[in-house]
Design a protein around this ligand. Structure first.
Ligand code: ZN
Length: 322
């Protein structure tokens, strides 16, 4: 009898619903109070009021936020929010939009339908032909995006993936055509490869950033707030998996290569907008930084970058497949 009572008690304890973090509305949008959200999701919240930073930790994950900032961290890796964390009447709030489009996709990955495996990967070497991309002296972005794609293809194939390229030589391919190639081939993932530049005067700017599609009703990371759009785009269908893939690439590349972490960012780039599978655009360092140009033009460095991307794709695959 005692045992039966104990079992009933355990069953009840397990079935007890987690406290719900209520939504509140102000400034024309929905928010969750971070303390209530932390409790509902079994995180411990620490708010350092002098540095205006908030840390949420549980057994496996550490989240970092800063008041009035769009910069967040997930296990130490930078992820840009769509809306800055805000304080009202002594409480910190995170937008419901960022809960839905950043935290949930990273903390509770959306699983693919049963039997749907990550098999075919479309690599998209940026630029080509009449479009050189960024240019630094004699060095052209289009050359190194293709070289990186070719190195990455070999490593992905060795890991068991089928790999397609939107271009395999120095030829111009339009942006709509790149998206159409991915959609028509029914690729499972789309990785667009680029190298950044800010011009000669900005040699001190460096680091790696990975873009995924801006959520519906949000502004892109560096666009003015007025640039929000409510247009539903093909890429929104896989938005949750795209941010997970972007995060895995950012994490693996920053950790393996020691590059400056510029974070997972959001943009409505044509290739991210128009493809029907999870998609990211990788800006793997700045050609305008002399130190990073040296790395970008070095085959051994690109091989390590390719290894990091393979690791990220494998981590992503483990998280989404049933
Ligand atoms: Zn580019």
């Amino acid at each position: 009898m005692l045992l039966a009572t104990a079992l009933v008690w355990i069953a009840c304890a397990r079935a007890a619903p987690a406290p719900v973090a209520p939504r509140v509305q102000f400034q024309g949008r929905d928010w969750h109070e971070l303390g209530a959200w932390a409790e509902a999701h079994r995180f411990t919240l620490q708010w350092n009021r002098s540095t205006k930073t908030l840390q949420l930790t549980n057994r496996t994950t550490r989240l970092g936020f800063a008041v009035d900032s769009q910069q967040a961290t997930v296990d130490g890796v930078k992820v840009w929010l769509s809306v800055p964390v805000t304080v009202q009447a002594g409480k910190a709030y995170l937008s419901a939009l960022d809960i839905e489009t950043v935290l949930q996709p990273l903390l509770q990955p959306v699983r693919s339908p049963p039997g749907h495996k990550v098999r075919t990967i479309m690599l998209d070497p940026g630029h080509g032909g009449k479009d050189p991309g960024n240019q630094e002296g004699q060095e052209l972005e289009k050359r190194y995006t293709l070289l990186l794609a070719q190195q990455l293809r070999v490593k992905l194939q060795a890991a068991g993936f089928q790999v397609l390229l939107t271009r395999n030589r120095d030829v111009f391919v339009g942006l709509p055509e790149r998206a159409a190639l991915a959609n028509n081939s029914k690729a499972d993932l789309f990785l667009s490869l680029h190298f950044n530049s800010l011009g000669r005067s900005d040699g001190a700017v460096h680091g790696l950033e990975v873009f995924c599609l801006t959520p519906n009703h949000a502004a892109s990371t560096h666009a003015p707030r007025t640039a929000t759009s409510s247009q539903r785009l093909p890429g929104h269908g896989t938005g949750a998996q795209s941010v997970l893939l972007a995060y895995q690439v950012q994490k693996a590349a920053v950790r393996r290569l020691g590059l400056v972490d510029r974070g997972v960012k959001r943009a409505r780039f044509a290739v991210l907008r128009d493809v029907q599978m999870p998609a990211v655009l990788i800006e793997a360092g700045f050609m305008s930084s002399p130190a990073e140009l040296k790395q970008i033009t070095d085959a051994a460095f690109r091989a390590r970058l390719a290894d990091a991307i393979v690791e990220a794709v494998k981590s992503y695959k483990r998280q989404v497949e049933r």
